[in-house]
Design a protein around this ligand. Structure first.
Ligand SMILES: [Zn+2]
Length: 878
């Protein structure tokens, strides 16, 4: 073989041919990379044209095949609905050949413990900057996936000094869509209605199957597979210096936003990250100005408070956000200057100011405009990092080192091993682990701050690379009291104000303020100890302390086992079983021990118990998509509660009592539920008034637009009457948060919302954790402690109302205590809700309405109050 091979090479002709081939390989192979147009059949950004996900994947596979020396294509896993979830790695051929080495450098610098200053400098000199760009997490913000196609093509085929600098200095990770399911849903919807009066409207369902727009509020809880893939398979491997997250906002303010962000800044974010974020964002704004682009705003609308969107900023990197003005999906719009928002948060879109130096004058606005601005922003982001490669690496290393050497209170958080809901505590610890927080366990008892902790206590030391991430998730937030002007109404936070996981999850955790000594071992994964199953007797008792107890019961009911629930507590020797304890009379409990719940055998005669059956649950799904509906659906699936989604027409048609025991209406306004989308009535064919547009712009939300008739009208008066009939006939209606105004205003439930007409300046809780006092002997309070924490978000608070003829007064199951109930976040007007009801049981006819004045299943995080929602699903037929 060898000699034959050699003979071939020895021939002059072949040698010459090989040299030609070699030199061709060294030059850019521009001709080989296909243009987006050649694959898609249209130009990127063309009016009314959007690439669907399979076209995007197809294009990137072709690019990777054409330029394997510079592009790696990878499928990281599948999306929620089974589409390929993909990422590209793009860099120079030299860099791509040594990817493992560069990842290793990143990992070493990310955790610099034990690394000498001299060795760190060597790694900084050798390493590459890592930038990740993530597109269209919000699927109606359609442009960035399209932009990415053209950007990659240009980067690979246009041999400019800037492109060479990017490829040589940066490892560019591209996620063409953080939500492929939504990308296809929106494109399909758009294509269906293009050329009709409904062109450019948003779909009438959540564009992420479970969580809709909240999919970028999941970056510390990681409930959804897309967050798990992005953080688990890219972020945590590569520790990017910069993650650029590309979004769009409404149409009636600036053309694009870049950082600096607005106050408040979470004090747990390293100041260096804040400065670098402002620097890079401003450099991007300057690049847009250089290109003559108008309407660029910085330091407006978007704040820097929560880790839910800013995971990177607690992991040594920057999160750059841009928000572009939207067209109507891919359809152009015309915007008049005088319609631009003069009262946007932090600026006026009609007046020049330091942070908005060059107002856009109005006119046509189309997808191509968004693409043009984003192309500049993409390149500016990457090129600025390339130019400052060394600075980004060195600062990244300094941030990690400073975090690991932290020496200030608090020093640690401790979770004692005795927890009411141990599976929730283990979930909390593993959630921190997924975010790269080190968790240790005490090998011996120890004392800290004068408190004795047993062996097996879990300890999170804050002196570690991601200690500030752990701190922001474990401590109580003190949100600053920000006003629109001195003495004025509160300034709306961009999102919520609290994220204290121990409170949300009902887990006991203590902060340690002084240095302490303990013998600790590091845990890679926290195992849930299996539950105890005693030798069988007449029946098993299962306390309702943990959410997993309900999961166990659902599995037993599904298998046909007989399960009841104690109405009054019992004692069996020294053991106590409170009201709500499950009584398992048949079924295989041994296979459920893995859920970490204990099955206690007893021969007691237990007559005072309610026999359970799997509830027939109807979950209302509005065509005005409610993220809370999606979260509820997700939660019910996690805990294996059977349910049926019901739509406006199901409720309008009635006969609900024959189909359901319980109907759940997730958090939504009464108007959205009852009226739904307005019908399209020419000549107001453009549907929604200017004020609504402005509100949408201010809130950064996408304009919905008119939708086909079949999706309009809500449940209507007929639906209201049918819901009332359902309850009167013995059904249980469960309303969550704002939806609780429905039974109060429309069904005659015996309660009133005392906050209904109170202005923001007197009462404001935009996503905060409040203390509640629960009655654990009430069927809705089973399994709870007397003290609990509830998620209050623009919530109602109730008082009984006796004036409703025919309705008995409602019973309070949970109430706010006397004294300020605020535990974490921000609350104005606490005195108004002191002593008021947070959860009411309102009998009506033969049935009842269960009114939650908080979100018991908030974003899949409130493990501490899931049980009250689960209890409500079992609360019928009493
Ligand atoms: Zn967005």
């Amino acid at each position: 073989m060898r000699s034959k091979h050699w003979r071939k090479l020895a021939s002059f002709q072949t040698l010459w041919g090989l040299l030609v081939l070699l030199s061709a390989a060294a030059r850019p192979v521009a001709a080989q990379v296909p243009s987006p147009e050649s694959v898609l059949g249209f130009k990127v950004g063309e009016d009314r044209k959007l690439a669907e996900w399979s076209q995007v994947v197809d294009y990137y596979q072709k690019v990777a095949a054409a330029a394997p020396d510079r592009v790696k294509f990878a499928e990281l896993g599948k999306s929620t609905l089974g589409k390929p979830f993909v990422a590209l790695t793009i860099s120079s051929p030299e860099n791509l050949r040594q990817l493992d080495r560069y990842r290793e450098i990143q990992q070493r610098l990310a955790d610099p413990r034990g690394l000498s200053e001299a060795d760190a400098e060597k790694l900084i000199a050798e390493g590459k900057a890592v930038v990740m760009i993530t597109c269209t997490i919000h699927s109606t913000e359609v442009a960035s996936t399209q932009t990415s196609l053209e950007f990659v093509y240009k980067l690979l085929t246009e041999d400019t000094a800037r492109h060479r600098a990017i490829l040589d200095n940066v490892i560019f990770l591209l996620v063409p869509s953080l939500n492929p399911d939504g990308q296809d849903m929106v494109v399909k919807w758009y294509r269906k209605y293009v050329g009709t009066p409904f062109e450019g409207s948003a779909p009438v369902e959540l564009y992420h199957h479970y969580v809709g727009h909240d999919n970028n509020r999941d970056w510390y809880m990681f409930t959804q597979v897309e967050s798990q893939l992005t953080v688990g398979k890219l972020q945590n491997l590569w520790h990017p210096h910069v993650v650029y997250d590309v979004h769009q906002m409404g149409s009636y303010s600036a053309r694009i936003f870049t950082p600096p962000f607005l106050d408040p800044v979470d004090p747990n974010v390293d100041p260096l990250i804040v400065s670098e974020t402002s620097m890079l964002g401003t450099a991007m704004a300057a690049a847009l100005a250089t290109a003559g682009k108008k309407g660029v705003v910085v330091n407006a609308i978007y704040d820097f408070w929560t880790p839910a969107r800013h995971y990177q900023a607690y992991h040594g990197g920057l999160r750059i956000l841009t928000e572009s003005a939207s067209a109507r999906l891919a359809s152009p719009i015309r915007v008049r200057f005088e319609d631009l928002d003069a009262h946007s948060l932090g600026y006026s879109a009609r007046h020049a100011s330091w942070n908005f130096p060059d107002p856009w004058r109005g006119g046509e606005w189309r997808l191509r405009d968004i693409v043009d601005y984003q192309l500049i922003a993409f390149e500016a982001c990457l090129h600025n990092v390339a130019a400052k490669r060394e600075m980004f690496l060195r600062n990244f290393y300094h941030i990690g080192r400073k975090a690991a050497e932290r020496s200030a209170p608090p020093y640690a958080f401790v979770l004692p091993p005795q927890q009411k809901d141990l599976p929730a505590a283990v979930k909390l610890l593993n959630t921190l682990r997924f975010g790269l927080v080190e968790v240790q366990r005490a090998k011996q008892p120890f004392t800290a701050d004068g408190i004795a902790y047993p062996r097996g206590s879990y300890v999170i030391l804050l002196a570690q690379p991601y200690g500030s991430y752990a701190k922001t998730l474990l401590e109580r937030q003190k949100y600053p009291d920000l006003r629109e002007y001195p003495g004025g109404p509160p300034r709306r936070p961009y999102d919520v104000t609290a994220q204290t996981l121990p409170l949300l999850m009902g887990v006991h955790a203590l902060e340690v303020q002084n240095p302490f000594v303990a013998e600790l071992e590091k845990l890679d994964r926290i195992e849930l100890p299996p539950g105890k199953v005693e030798p069988a007797r007449r029946q098993y008792l299962l306390r309702a302390d943990s959410n997993n107890a309900y999961l166990a019961v659902n599995r037993l009911l599904k298998a046909g086992a007989q399960v009841a629930r104690l109405k009054v507590g019992v004692k069996d020797g020294a053991r106590e079983f409170p009201p709500g304890t499950f009584v398992i009379r048949s079924g295989n409990v041994r296979e459920l021990a893995g859920l970490g719940v204990d099955f206690s055998a007893t021969d007691l005669a237990l007559a005072d118990a309610k026999l359970l059956r799997a509830p027939r649950v109807g979950l209302y799904k509005s065509y005005v998509p409610s993220m809370d509906e999606g979260w509820t659906r997700w939660l019910l699936e996690q805990y294996e509660f059977p349910y049926t989604s019901i739509y406006d027409k199901d409720i309008r048609e009635g006969n609900l009592a024959a189909r359901f025991d319980v109907i759940v209406i997730p958090d939504q306004s009464v108007a959205a539920i009852v009226e739904g989308h307005p019908k399209l009535r020419p000549p107001e064919a453009q549907g929604i008034g200017r004020e609504t547009r402005r509100d949408a712009a201010r809130e950064g939300l996408f304009f919905q637009g008119p939708v086909p008739d079949e999706f309009t009208g809500g449940i209507g008066a007929a639906g209201v009457a049918n819901l009332r009939a359902f309850v009167m006939q013995g059904g249980t209606l469960v309303t969550l948060n704002s939806a609780s105004n429905l039974p109060i205003e429309k069904l005659g439930a015996g309660a009133r919302n005392i906050l209904r007409d109170v202005p923001n300046k007197d009462s404001y809780g935009p996503g905060s954790i409040l203390r509640i006092v629960v009655d654990p002997s009430h069927p809705l309070g089973y399994g709870m402690d007397t003290q609990a924490a509830a998620w209050f978000e623009h919530s109602p608070a109730f008082a009984p109302a006796f004036e409703n003829a025919g309705a008995p007064g409602a019973t309070t199951v949970a109430r706010y205590p006397q004294g300020n109930p605020l535990m974490s976040g921000w609350l104005l007007g606490d005195s108004l809700i002191q002593g008021r009801s947070a959860l009411m049981d309102a009998p009506l006819g033969r049935g009842r309405v269960v009114m939650f004045g908080f979100r018991p299943q908030y974003r899949g995080q409130t493990y501490g109050t899931f049980k009250m929602l689960f209890n409500a699903l079992h609360y019928f037929g009493d």
